[in-house]
Ligand binder design. Structure first.
Ligand code: ZN
Length: 197
């Protein structure tokens, strides 16, 4: 599995529902979690590695790894939260995105068991970001056109004349700057937002 970057049309396609959660999804989930760990991210959705199925994984430090198959958001809070987001498909570029502060989600895990989760803070944020990936949406679609064009410009600049491995080295250099939730309007959790999803 290889991460696809901004500009790849696959990232803009809608992922399909998984009809039967067979035993192969145990392995697929493990593989997604492995890539996520390698990339030091907090969330990874199928389409980001070219898997056009409704599956994503979330692993926030201090929390258990979570697998979401055919997820649906069943409730969202009226309260919203501004939060700085990044994405493994748009490495090292960040922007504030406003989303609901808390959500309720129903999904199935890799064993085919249905579950419901109430999430807020970073977990809610990552889930909503990954849900967007299943719709072919990226976080830059949720910011102003001006900020979006700035990010695309910086991304293209970093990509110019580089092959994929080189690109990864260039873009993969991680900033040591810690991003905390203190910038957010509400501080439920103090987890670092340095990670990308
Ligand atoms: Zn992402």
């Amino acid at each position: 599995m290889e991460i696809l970057y901004l500009g790849n049309d696959i990232l803009r396609q809608k992922a399909q529902p998984i009809k039967k959660i067979g035993s192969e999804y145990m392995q697929i989930a493990q593989e997604l979690l492995r890539v996520l760990q390698n990339e030091k991210g907090v969330g990874l959705a199928g389409p980001q590695v070219g898997l056009m199925e409704r599956i994503f994984v979330v692993h926030i430090s201090g929390d258990e790894p979570r697998v979401f198959i055919n997820p649906s958001v069943t409730e969202t809070s009226e309260e919203t939260l501004k939060y700085e987001e990044g994405c493994l498909s748009i490495p090292n570029l960040y922007a504030d995105v406003i989303r609901p502060a808390a959500i309720k989600v129903q999904a199935w895990n890799e064993s085919g068991r249905s579950f419901t989760i109430e999430a807020s803070g970073l977990l809610a944020r990552v889930i909503l970001h990954e849900m967007d990936h299943l719709e072919g949406k990226l976080f830059i679609d949720r910011i102003s056109e001006f900020k979006r064009s700035k990010i695309i410009e910086k991304f293209e600049k970093a990509c110019a004349g580089k092959d994929k491995a080189e690109l990864k080295r260039t873009l993969g250099k991680r900033s040591s700057k810690k991003r905390s939730l203190s910038k957010a309007t509400q501080t439920e959790s103090q987890q670092s937002l340095e990670e990308e999803s």
